[in-house]
Design a protein around this ligand. Structure first.
Ligand code: C2E
Ligand code: CA
Ligand code: CA
Ligand code: CA
Length: 279
């Protein structure tokens, strides 16, 4: 029995070492990709349902590694949060997205609002607001054309400092959105305390609209709740016309999703703007 245990221990150690090596490799690669400007942003249009026009876009991070291939953000963002790279990534994304939005708006005489995803870990750092002010100054973006999307955090991580940070960002003119609403840690109490402008309904609810009647009831209730609290509503992950019709019928203001467009590279998004401007 003793030797079996010994073997198990060895096996466990080997796996640990292997996991450790993988971890280190990924960390090194992500660090290099960031330093060498090899991360990329794609932009998904946000559509205003009142006018059926593009009013802005969400910046979404893409990482292609020659050896590992495309690594989805759902995988490397949580990793970056754990290994401590998330703050540097957040600064890079914010800077890149603001510069790009400024460029598009200037070049085509538009007022598109760019939305950036920021990790709760990053926004909780004490220098966050100063950093955002620097990025605004450096890129020349109008803060009214900047939106920050944050996901709900556990109530444990939720502090007065964080509320204060959000208030300062809003005072600058920045729009704050609560992302993935209805999943994870969300609670109604949260909405009451959190000073946000926009509620983003998670795709999980949009997907349920069509097959189930209760799905419509849920969406309708979420939209009503948001409006009662004076919040704007964005529904994400809209893929079907039937989903769109229900959202429209229930007064949802903005949508994003493959039905209109996938997240686009800079070149493809530029084409989209040029085509809609000249139409
Ligand atoms: P998210 O912020 O909820 O972003 C929406 C995700 O849904 C994106 O996945 C988008 O490509 C995808 N999506 C959009 N429309 C549709 C649709 O109609 N159908 C389906 N099935 N999916 C749709 P993506 O780009 O893979 O990003 C995944 C998550 O990674 C994001 O979820 C966000 O939490 C995180 N993320 C992405 N970029 C960044 C970033 O720059 N910083 C941080 N902190 N997180 C990021
Ligand atoms: Ca988002
Ligand atoms: Ca989301
Ligand atoms: Ca998400």
């Amino acid at each position: 029995a003793k030797s079996t245990r010994g073997n198990q221990y060895r096996l466990y150690r080997d796996n640990m070492d292997e996991a450790n090596d993988k971890w280190l490799l990924l960390e090194t690669k992500l660090h290099q990709a960031l330093k060498q400007d090899r991360l990329e942003l794609h932009y998904q249009p946000k559509i205003d349902l009142k006018t059926d026009t593009v009013i802005g876009m969400e910046a979404l991070l893409r990482w292609y590694d020659p050896e590992l291939g495309h690594i989805p953000p759902d995988r490397f963002i949580p990793f970056a949060e754990e290994c401590g790279l998330i703050n540097d990534i957040g600064v890079w994304v914010l800077h890149k997205a603001c510069a790009q939005a400024r460029f598009w708006n200037e070049a085509h005489n538009l007022t598109l609002r760019v939305a950036v995803n920021i990790s709760p870990i990053h926004i909780s750092t004490s220098s966050f607001v100063d950093m955002v002010c620097e990025v605004i100054a450096e890129t020349g973006i109008d803060p009214h054309l900047l939106e920050i999307e944050i996901t709900e955090m556990s109530m444990l991580d939720y502090t007065e400092d964080l509320i204060d940070t959000i208030k300062q960002l809003r005072a600058l003119g920045i729009t704050i959105s609560l992302d993935d609403f209805g999943t994870g840690y969300s609670s109604l109490n949260y909405l009451k305390k959190f000073p946000v402008d926009v509620l983003k309904i998670d795709r999980a609810f949009v997907r349920d609209i069509v097959p189930e009647k209760s799905g419509i009831a849920m969406i309708s209730a979420m939209i009503s709740l948001a409006h009662a609290l004076n919040l704007q509503v964005v529904a994400e992950g809209v893929e079907e016309e039937a989903e769109l019709n229900v959202l429209r019928e229930h007064g949802c203001e903005y949508v994003q999703g493959y039905y209109f467009s996938k997240p686009l590279s800079v070149d493809d998004f530029t084409d989209l703007i040029v085509n809609s401007v000249t139409k």
